[in-house]
Write a protein that binds this ligand. Structure first.
Ligand SMILES: Cc1cc2nc3c(=O)[nH]c(=O)nc-3n(C[C@H](O)[C@H](O)[C@H](O)COP(=O)(O)OP(=O)(O)OC[C@H]3O[C@@H](n4cnc5c(N)ncnc54)[C@H](O)[C@@H]3O)c2cc1C
Length: 488
């Protein structure tokens, strides 16, 4: 048997995706297994947005062995307990999609089924009143979970906001300390093997040629290797996710860091607000079919907490993904692989997930096609599941105040989402498909928050008498409110 091991990995791109990949390979493979080179061009720079995450980020940090306090300090980060949605179901509405659970499941039935039953019977408490994360958001408080048995304090789930530029810099430090070789320079040519089109080397402006066995395309939207060289093709979802621009601007902060991302629906899209230690990140995601760039920029600038700290920057995009995430000896990660708007902060997660799956299916130089096919199928599935969750936010709304919302409310949606919405309409039930990222609680929070209303409650919630349900809900709520005082 000949040695078929991958000896050299070349990562093109030094944004969040490139440095997450470099850090992962450095940690899990090490430079003795394969030479790890990252090529990036300061002249091109990084996209510089992408500052809100989901709790899975903690798993990534732990995998790298990163000290969380140091990471938050270095990236001028803050803690995130969920997302606050404003004006989505109707103008004036407000709900959280908090991390973690609502209340406590009882008798094998989910808490939200009991809550829905009491709610349909007239109980006034909001679903958010049963989430410590949501109440902590309102109170602008945070703490990490502690080991306290069944206490709600054990169940705090959190993620991070961070400065994207500082994060890439932080991971670069980590990667270089673990043997990654950084090569500054612009890739101007790509050399391919005549026989099968595999990539042999990237060629820099300086003329330098960097050869590799495995190439990771982290070059951003352009997809230098996966698209411009290999022509993987693009699955376009802009008919379901019609926003195609973001205009972004940082502004000065205000006292007190809100421990959540805010998403406020606007007439042709929505605006994000991400609080950091030194500034607030803001952006207006919108559809140019329904709003001009000038109008979108004016709306953004009129809705900032503080003074703008830079000129607004326009970022065009198209919702969807490459038809092949992995083609021959190229795996695309980050924006090079596809993009869905940051409504649920899922893009950095998709980098992490792509990396985890790649490590699971790590190739040798024979690049067995079965493994590549599986990777592509699994990643496509993951993209589709997240896509449906995002579409839900737009489609399940009562807003009829603009052509944009009328389009979204009445558009045809994917069958799987239709089925999920029908199940909710029947009995208020939600489902997590296989290893789907968003669980039943998340689907319930957003479906209810977006004003979907079920015909009746889950029949299984009637395993408990209504009076007892009310009493148990009251005591769960009291326990949560009581624990709130431990947060700072
Ligand atoms: C508006 C917007 C908001 C977002 N918000 C979120 C969010 O809140 N949460 C989240 O999880 N994700 C978010 N994302 C996604 C997130 O920003 C990206 O997933 C993440 O930043 C990864 O980007 P990247 O590394 O793939 O690309 P980039 O940051 O664009 O990096 C590309 C790299 O490739 C290099 N490069 C390109 N061409 C060449 C060349 N020819 N030669 C050499 N080097 C080259 C560049 O120099 C750069 O280093 C958002 C994205 C957008 C567009």
């Amino acid at each position: 048997m000949t040695d078929q091991r991958i000896r050299s990995i070349v990562i093109v791109g030094g944004g969040t995706a490139g440095w997450m990949a470099a850090a992962t390979f450095a940690k899990l493979l090490g430079p003795d297994y394969a030479r790890i080179t990252l090529v990036e061009s300061d002249a091109i720079g990084i996209v510089g947005v992408g500052e809100a995450t989901i709790p899975q980020m903690g798993i990534f940090n732990r995998m790298l062995g990163i000290d969380e306090d140091e990471f938050v300090r270095a990236t001028k980060g803050s803690f995130k307990l969920g997302i606050e949605f404003r004006d989505w179901g109707r103008i004036g509405d407000r709900y959280y999609h908090p991390f973690g659970k609502f209340g406590v499941d009882m008798k094998g039935v989910s808490f939200h089924a009991y809550w829905l039953r009491a709610h349909l019977a007239g109980a006034p408490e909001r679903l958010d009143d049963y989430s410590l994360n949501a109440l902590a958001g309102d109170a602008q408080k945070f703490m990490r979970p502690v080991d306290a048995g069944n206490s709600p304090l054990s169940q705090i789930v959190y993620a991070f906001h961070f400065d994207a530029g500082l994060y890439a810099r932080y991971l670069r430090g980590y990667g270089e300390a673990h043997g990654v070789v950084r090569q500054e320079g612009k890739v101007v040519d790509v050399a391919r093997r005549a026989a099968d089109g595999f990539i042999e080397a990237v060629v820099l402006e300086s003329g330098e040629r960097i050869e590799g066995d495995l190439f990771i395309d982290c070059s951003g939207f352009r997809g230098l290797l996966i698209e411009q060289t290999l022509g993987a093709g693009y699955e376009d979802w802009s008919h379901w996710l019609p926003c195609d621009r973001a205009v972004a601007v940082p502004c000065s902060g205000v006292p007190g860091i809100t421990p959540y991302t805010r998403s406020t629906a606007r007439t042709a899209g929505w605006q994000w607000r991400i609080p950091l230690q030194h500034r607030i990140g803001n952006g207006h995601v919108f559809s140019t079919r329904f709003m001009s760039e000038d109008e979108a920029t004016a709306i953004l600038l009129a809705n900032l907490d503080g003074e703008p700290l830079a000129d607004p920057r326009m970022v065009p995009f198209r919702a969807g993904h490459r038809r092949k995430f992995w083609d021959r000896n190229v795996v695309a990660l980050g924006l090079a692989s596809g993009f869905m708007e940051p409504l649920e902060s899922t893009s950095i997660w998709l980098i992490q997930s792509g990396l985890a799956r790649l490590m699971n299916m790590f190739p040798d130089r024979s690049f067995a096609q079965g493994t590549i096919d599986r990777y592509n199928r699994v990643m496509t599935h993951e993209y589709e599941q997240i896509r449906d969750f995002l579409i839900l936010h737009y489609h399940a709304t009562e807003r009829d105040d603009s052509p944009f919302w009328n389009y979204c409310r009445t558009m045809d949606v994917p069958d799987r989402l239709k089925e999920k919405m029908r199940c909710f309409a029947d009995y208020g039930r939600t489902f997590r498909d296989e290893d789907e990222l968003f669980n039943e609680t998340s689907w319930f929070a957003v479906m209810h928050g977006q004003r979907l209303r079920p015909r009746t409650n889950d029949p299984l919630a009637e395993v408990m008498a209504l009076d007892e349900t009310r009493a148990r809900l009251a005591s769960i709520r009291a326990a949560i409110v009581n624990r709130l005082r431990f947060l700072r």
